[in-house]
Design a protein around this ligand. Structure first.
Ligand SMILES: [Zn+2]
Ligand SMILES: [Zn+2]
Length: 126
């Protein structure tokens, strides 16, 4: 793994905010001032293609990346687009129950909750 890719991976793993490529770029640039946005994009694609990080989206907002590849669910703020992890204690994986369209080989699923984050809720009240 190249040094740049390590730095990008560390940046994604180091936060729980599910950063966009732009945000990863800002973080990585602090240590690697010469890195380009294109390099960050390319490496994020490679890392997620290899299952080292998780790619979220591209529903409605920008693509976001997650350093946590364990199975977990997300909630996305409808107002600011922020993404957080949510705890879903006993969720049956839909994959186990999907039937119907037999022409599809089901290889995975994604599910995302939508809501309003505490910060946006507060702003609305004020
Ligand atoms: Zn919000
Ligand atoms: Zn997550």
């Amino acid at each position: 793994m190249t040094c740049q890719r390590c730095a990008i991976l560390e940046a994604v793993r180091g936060v729980s905010s599910h950063p966009t490529a732009d945000e990863v770029y800002e973080m990585v640039r602090e240590n690697l001032p010469n890195v380009s946005l294109g390099t960050v994009y390319r490496n994020l694609e490679i890392l997620s293609a290899n299952g080292i990080i998780r790619k979220l989206g591209p529903e409605e907002c920008k693509m976001r990346f997650d350093g946590n590849t364990k199975k977990h669910y997300h909630v996305r703020c409808r107002v600011c687009g922020r993404v957080d992890d949510v705890d879903v204690p006993s969720f049956l994986p839909p994959k186990a129950r999907v039937r119907g369209n037999g022409e599809y080989k089901i290889t995975g699923y994604s599910m995302e909750f939508t809501g309003v984050c505490p910060r946006c809720a507060k702003q609305k009240q004020a």
